[in-house]
Design a protein around this ligand. Structure first.
Ligand code: TXA
Ligand code: MG
Length: 348
């Protein structure tokens, strides 16, 4: 039995926050919105509660979780030390979609870090998340609130699709803003490295950390590169349909997708076309959905996971998706498209 409550995203009702916090303190699972995607929360210091997260999601045990905090002071007991760089980044980008890796303290259970000696921490920029953490009085461990392998949830409906009946409470605070998971940055190594691109971009980070790098396995089409973050090695964000991503000049992408769609439809396939506001009118055949505007890539980030889920609902056999340029938030979008397609990127 899962309790679903609508909760105000700007001024969350105190009684509802307290109800969620009670569940968290009792070792139960509560899904809640953040500015990136919905999280599946449990008391991050309670090993048994954290184990329930892995069970509910069907998540591989070797994939570590992020601890969510509501203030800078809450970081100290969880880590061995806070470097100068970390301090500057926290001041600049928290609350916000940046997850930082630290050397873990003994307070952090091994199940959180999947046996690694680093712990991932972030402060979400969402009143419901912040109030829930505060009211719980503990760091909240929260992966995205989807079934493992599926696209991350950007609305309560997505969480219900995946986890209804498996968790105690879903806090429905509407759709999320960024729509893609946080940037994961490892500062515990010599050269700071982005393990997962997200809302805080490489370009944002370069202004503060000039030598920061992006893990090459995140964007290159070379499937032999092994990602440094455990979570990134799994097929992920994946639709049921077979997916292909087309990259190149926009006109060439449209032409190639139209051609391929035509062939596939002749073969009797149901074809989904993931288009953009600027191009959707150019397609004639297939299940056509726009994912957002090329002039505002943020809208594509926001809608991407929802559109993938909607294609699954329409039971398409194949999705032909337009790629975007790999800079700013486009890097995170292309990373998710690469994962969702299992690396099937077609250069035109
Ligand atoms: O935006 C987000 O980060 C969302 C919201 C709910 O906060 N959370 C989220 O969690 O995306 P999850 O568990 O779906 O993804 C966490 C990622 C995984 O790729 C995991 O492998 C990586 O962070 N990660 C966590 N701890 C790590 C560590 N110690 N070393 C390397 N990677 C780590
Ligand atoms: Mg996830």
């Amino acid at each position: 039995n899962t309790r679903i409550v609508k909760i105000n995203g700007i001024n969350p009702e105190k009684e509802l926050i307290e109800e969620g916090a009670k569940f968290i303190r009792a070792g139960k699972l509560v899904a809640f919105p953040t500015e990136t995607v919905y999280g599946l929360g449990a008391n991050g210091l309670d090993e048994a509660a954290v184990e329930e997260i892995f069970i509910a999601k069907g998540r591989p045990q070797d994939n570590p979780l992020i601890l969510h905090v509501s203030s800078l002071e809450e970081v100290k007991p969880l880590v061995k030390e806070i470097s100068k760089e970390a301090e500057i980044l926290m001041k600049e980008f928290w609350p916000g979609p940046l997850t930082l890796l630290f050397k873990k303290s003994t307070l952090v259970p091994m199940i959180i870090t999947a046996g690694l000696d680093t712990v991932a921490i972030r402060m979400p920029n969402h009143p419901i998340a912040i109030e829930l953490i505060k009211s719980s009085g503990v760091p909240i461990a929260a992966p995205s609130a989807n079934t493992s392998g599926k696209p991350s949830p950007t609305s309560a409906e997505h969480v219900i699709e995946d986890l209804y009946g498996k968790i105690h409470m879903i806090m429905d605070g509407g759709t999320t803003g960024v729509g893609l998971e946080s940037t994961v940055l490892d500062l515990t190594v010599e050269t700071p490295i982005i393990l997962r691109p997200g809302g805080i971009t490489l370009e944002d980070l370069k202004e503060i950390l000039p030598d920061v790098e992006l893990d090459a396995a995140m964007i290159k089409d070379d499937n032999k590169l092994v990602p440094k973050s455990p979570g990134q090695k799994y097929r992920h964000y994946a639709p049921k349909a077979d997916m292909f991503v087309f990259v190149g000049q926009v006109e060439d992408i449209v032409k190639a997708i139209k051609e391929r769609a035509g062939q596939l439809i002749e073969e009797g396939k149901t074809v989904g076309i993931m288009a953009t506001d600027e191009t959707e009118h150019e397609y004639e055949r297939g299940v056509i959905m726009s994912v957002g505007s090329r002039k505002n890539l943020g809208t594509i980030g926001q809608n991407l996971f929802n559109v993938i889920r909607r294609f699954d609902e329409r039971k398409v056999d194949i999705i032909l998706a337009e790629g975007v340029e790999s800079f700013h938030i486009g890097t995170a979008i292309m990373n998710r498209l690469k994962k969702a397609s299992g690396g099937k990127i077609i250069k035109v």
